[in-house]
Each structure stands twice: as structure tokens, then as C-alpha cells.
Design a protein around this ligand. Sequence first.
Ligand code: NAD
Ligand code: 89V
Length: 344
Amino acid sequence: MTELRGALIGCGFFAVNQMHAWQDVAGAGIVAICDRDPERLKVVGDQFGISRRYSDAAEMFADGGFDFVDIATTVSSHRALVELAARHKVPAICQKPFAKTLDDAKAMVAACKSAGVPLMIHENFRWQTPIQAVRKALDAGVIGTPFWGRLSFRSGYDVFSGQPYLAEGERFIIEDLGIHTLDIARFLLGDVKAMTARTMRVNPAIKGEDVATMLLDHESGVTSVVDVSYATKQSVEPFPETLVEIDGSEGSIRLLQGYRLEVTGRDGTQTSDVAPTLLPWASRPWHNIQESVFAIQQHWAEQLQTGGETSTSGEDNLKTFALVEAAYESAASGSTIDVKAMLA
Ligand code: NAD
Ligand code: 89V
């Protein structure tokens, strides 16, 4: 396998995880980095021994010499950077949230399609070991046909110290965190046709909503509840675990706090430990997310080498991003939103 050469744009808080993961990925590595903040460029360049450093993405693309770009900036720059990559015919990974609006996200997919380059959204939560274990349990068929689900992320963790911009936006939990939980709902229970949502802001120190409860009508007929909160204080803080409950015609699945999986079928209940691996560069409690960063980036390298479609391609992630837009629309209007119409 030839080694794919990548360039990374955005050397901030989360990019450090991506850089660590690229060092572990077989078949790909980072050869150039870009950040408009000289301090971040130096910190990440020195830490990972990258000498090709740019403050301007356009200059980096003009110089070339890489096979893909990994865009790890915050959302406002995503569309311009993905379109820049498409103009240079460079395959692109783009961090979530996909874009500022669904129209922007559709334009980004169209730009990459007409340039003939793959686009993957760095939607890593479905790559977490416990979530993959739930997917495997569903595929094994032990619980029969699913008819109901709950995907829950309730926490009191201080995300604002690492990511201060999260306190400042008009939108918060659905756009930043719920987007992952909604993607897990699609990954486990299939695409969604309608969305009803209610939101709340409990923490007076932030601008956006920090609690959301969403009711999803899946195309398969399954009903699910996606509930997320950063205002929930509990005896044992579960951050960043997503808890899952799925009921089926023959049994049920429960992904419980502490990474415990219970699968109940006709022959009784099997309990297993589905804790993520603590990678050498990772730290608790982030190790679940950090391991999934490695997994999605390994997946990208393999799909780029073989020409396969990624699990969270731009096309696929439009359907997750539409749920985010639909949730805000539903919370604002009080009505149920036709998600299929948004994607038409
Ligand atoms: P951050 O603000 O710490 O870092 C962003 C960096 O990008 C900054 O250093 C900034 O100077 C740089 N930047 C912005 N626009 C640029 C441009 N046009 N050209 C060059 N550099 C530019 O943000 P963060 O917390 O690292 O978040 C980055 C992205 O990662 C966000 O979209 C966030 O939602 C996402 N994120 C994902 C996960 C996950 O698990 N998937 C976790 C945390 C953050
Ligand atoms: O995944 C994210 O985007 C992060 C966090 C898990 C902290 O919400 O912002």
C-alpha cells in the first residue's frame, strides 16, 4: 500500500487528537499543516514534527504535494475550505457540523461530486467501540425486529473550558453534540422521515440551548427518542457516553453507563464489557471519542486507497445534518417537520 499524504487545516483543540490518530493510521500520514493562528501552527507543528506550515489554506493548495485534506476548523470556514479542495481536485475530510446551513452542505456535496473527489464528514461517534457493539448485536438478529429506541446523552461536564466558542453561539447542544446522537440514531435505526423537538436553556451563562428532546419517526416504522443535555448533574458523570435502549419483537438491547452491554433474546440475557481501548496518547474520559477518531481516519485511508464509499460520506451526512435543521425548526415552530421534504 502506498502511503497517502495528507494536509490538515485547523490546529486547534480537537485537531491534536486527529494528528495523534494520523500517526497511528496505516497507509496515511500528515505532511503539511495550516492555521491562521501562528501560535497554534507552532504548537502542533513542533509537537508532531511537521515542517511544512501555512497560515493560508489557498497557498497550501497552490503548493500541493498531498493526496487529501483534513479540515479541522470550526463550522464557519467549512464551505469555503471544502470548495477550495474541490477546485484543486483534492479529496476532503470535513469536521462536523457539516456547514452553517443545509443549503451550504448541499452545495459542498455538489462541488465535490462535480470535481470527482470524495468528501467524508468526520462524524466519529458511530465509530465508537460501544456503538459498533450495538450495531453488531442488532445485526445478529437476537432481538428480532426493532420497534422502539432511545439514544441518550445527559451530562454536566464542562465542555466550555476546552471549547469556549460553544458558550457563544445562538445554537449549542443540537448542533454540536446532538448531531452525533442523531447520527447514531440513523446508524442504528435507519433514516428518518419526520422530527418533533423541544429545547431549553438551563445554564444562564451560555447563549444557546443546552437541553433537547427529539422524537424521530424512522422510515422503517421505528419510533425513537434522542435526548441530550449538558445541564444534568448525576452521582457518576457519564461524559462522553451515549446510552442506548432498543426494544425489538424478540428482545432488547441496553447500552448502560460504564460501557456495559446487555442483549436480551429468547435464550436469556448476555452481558458484556464494551469499553473502548485507552490508546497510548489518549486520556480518560475522552478515550472513547479518541479511539473513534483513529477508527474513522483508518476507514478513510482504506476507502481512499480502494475507491470505496465512506460510511459518513457527504451524501450520507446530509441526512444527519437535515435532522439538526429539522430539530431547530420544530422547536421554533412547535410543529412536526417533514425531513424527506428538506432533502428533496
Ligand atoms: P478550535 O477553535 O480550538 O480550533 C479551530 C482552529 O482552526 C483554530 O486554531 C483556528 O485558528 C483555525 N482556523 C479557523 N478557520 C481557519 C481557516 N480558514 N484557515 C486556517 N485555520 C483556521 O476548535 P475545535 O474545538 O478544535 O473544533 C474544531 C472542529 O472540530 C469543530 O467543527 C468542532 O465541532 C469539531 N469537534 C469535533 C469533535 C468530535 O468528536 N468529532 C470534538 C470536538 C470538536
Ligand atoms: O464532539 C464534539 O463535538 C464535542 C463534544 C463531545 C465535547 O461535545 O464538542
